[in-house]
Design a protein around this ligand. Structure first.
Ligand SMILES: Cc1cc2nc3c(=O)[nH]c(=O)nc-3n(C[C@H](O)[C@H](O)[C@H](O)COP(=O)(O)OP(=O)(O)OC[C@H]3O[C@@H](n4cnc5c(N)ncnc54)[C@H](O)[C@@H]3O)c2cc1C
Length: 437
């Protein structure tokens, strides 16, 4: 009997022959050596692309969780690959450590987040993958490779962003720093003012991003800045428990399905109810001060599908203007804001930020609505701006397209072929990415 597997949005489903849950590296290596192909490893299923789906084997590392040890001098931690970022925050904090940055949510497994180049925002701050100092990788034969800048360095450069196509990571060593508190501020700001000032806002704040409903004239800017202090731990809502805002937003999304002509007024309504107007030069908004692992994540209870591309940082404002204009003119119902963030360049071969300071632009569609036509129009814009797709978010690129935008793509493919000559880790989606026909 098979068990079903589904991703977070519910659009990717799979019925693998087996869903093993190894509890040690040794067990993992025996599982990989003998399991039915395609072998895929799941983090927490928060990717929108079918990178985990398999009719063969889907390995879950939920039992490989926790911090193995840490180096108080180098400020690094060895973390079991299945550890969720949510569990990791307090564990690192107890050891006098914190991650350098995080994304919007903390539900992902650390290896799942690293595998797709998951990122937050911040000038000069890279993705989670860029903070990887080393990892242990179980390859197709069951052999375990230790990888770092000095050991198996080619696998290290290829493997930091590799969507589980080289093997299964059993542990990851992350660069951390001492714990730090962040204060949140921001509010509404005319979109053209925000775009005119993006570089100064980016440079003035440790973390700057904005959300923009394209039918509204104002964006909602958000800043997180490091502050002295010892905040209390944040009380987190239990899994899946909706806030009042979640309930309202879901209702508005459902209303817009049956009355799409309301999407403009509803977007303006949400914007005008989203915090005070940002007054230039001061930190307004009355946001909280929290430890970093409590400050970064939000709850995302209204489900959606998402596309995100990274474009050269200096082209971000023009690109987001074009995306907004397209959403306004295409006639397709859409109730989510565009998200605009900064990520620093790195050197992982398949990183969307490879040797390029970038702006990431994300578009979302409510999970009860099809996304194909909307995303196809937006993807054409991203591609005109030399965009590179987020590996965990929807895109339609295949081998030749990817070779054109990732300078080390062919090197990656050659190394992948060497480590996994029989293609054990390739499901149909990955086969279209990494093989020519
Ligand atoms: C609500 C929501 C918010 C999000 N916010 C952000 C954000 O702010 N920033 C951002 O960049 N992304 C964001 N994402 C995307 C998400 O971070 C990525 O898709 C991430 O990869 C999901 O992590 P996961 O643990 O669920 O991994 P999965 O989706 O389960 O897997 C991701 C990839 O990692 C591989 N993998 C997992 N474990 C291992 C392992 N042990 N060894 C090797 N490979 C492995 C898998 O095979 C797969 O290819 C968001 C997604 C959602 C649904």
């Amino acid at each position: 009997m098979t068990t079903a597997w589904s991703n977070w949005s519910g659009w990717v489903k799979a019925w693998p022959q087996a869903l093993p849950t190894p509890a040690s590296e040794d067990e993992l290596s025996k599982t990989v050596a003998s399991a039915a192909a395609p072998i895929r490893v799941a983090g927490r299923g928060h990717s929108f692309t079918p990178i985990v789906a398999s009719q063969g084997t889907i390995i879950s590392l939920q039992k490989l969780s926790g911090v193995l040890d840490h180096d108080p001098e180098a400020l690094t931690a060895r973390i079991k690959a299945g550890t969720s970022i949510r569990d990791l925050g307090p564990e690192l904090f107890e050891r006098g450590l914190a991650l350098l940055n995080q994304g919007d949510i903390d539900r992902q497994a650390i290896a799942g987040a690293v595998g797709t180049g998951t990122h937050g925002t911040g000038a000069g701050i890279g993705s989670l993958s860029s903070a990887v100092k080393g990892f242990r990788l179980v390859t197709a034969s069951g052999e375990v490779l230790t990888c770092s800048a000095t050991e198996n360095s080619d696998v290290f450069d290829a493997g930091r962003v590799s969507i589980g196509s080289l093997g299964v990571m059993s542990e990851i060593t992350m660069q951390c720093r001492a714990p730090y508190a962040l204060a949140e501020s921001g509010g509404r700001m005319p979109i053209e003012d925000a775009l005119a000032q993006v570089t100064s806002l980016r440079d003035k704040h440790r973390h700057f991003e904005f959300f923009w409903f394209p039918f509204a004239r104002e964006a909602i800017v958000k800043f997180l800045d490091e502050v002295p202090g010892t905040p209390k731990p944040r009380r987190r809502r239990p899994d899946g428990e909706d806030s009042r805002d979640d309930k309202l937003f879901r209702t508005l999304c459902n209303v817009a399905i049956v009355a799409p002509f309301l999407r403009g007024p509803l977007q303006r309504f949400i914007t005008s109810n989203s915090g005070s107007r940002y007054s230039s030069g001061s930190l307004t908004g009355g946001g909280h001060m929290r430890w970093s692992h409590d400050a970064f994540p939000s709850d995302r209870n209204v489900r959606f599908n998402e596309m995100e591309y990274a474009v050269p940082a200096e082209r971000g404002p023009d690109c987001v203007r074009d995306v907004g204009a397209y959403i306004r003119s295409c006639g397709i119902n859409n109730m989510f804001p565009i998200e605009y963030r900064y990520v620093a360049a790195d050197d992982a071969w398949l990183s969307p930020f490879y040797q390029r300071d970038s702006v990431t632009i994300s578009v979302h569609q409510y999970h009860r609505q099809p996304y194909d036509t909307l995303f196809a129009g937006i993807e054409a814009i991203f591609r005109r701006y030399d965009g590179r797709p987020h590996w965990g978010k929807l895109h339609t690129l295949t081998y030749d397209d990817l070779a054109a935008v990732y300078p080390r793509f062919e090197d990656f493919v050659a190394l992948r072929q060497r480590l996994d000559p029989e293609g054990k880790f390739l499901n149909p989606h990955l086969r279209a990415l990494f093989t020519k026909d």
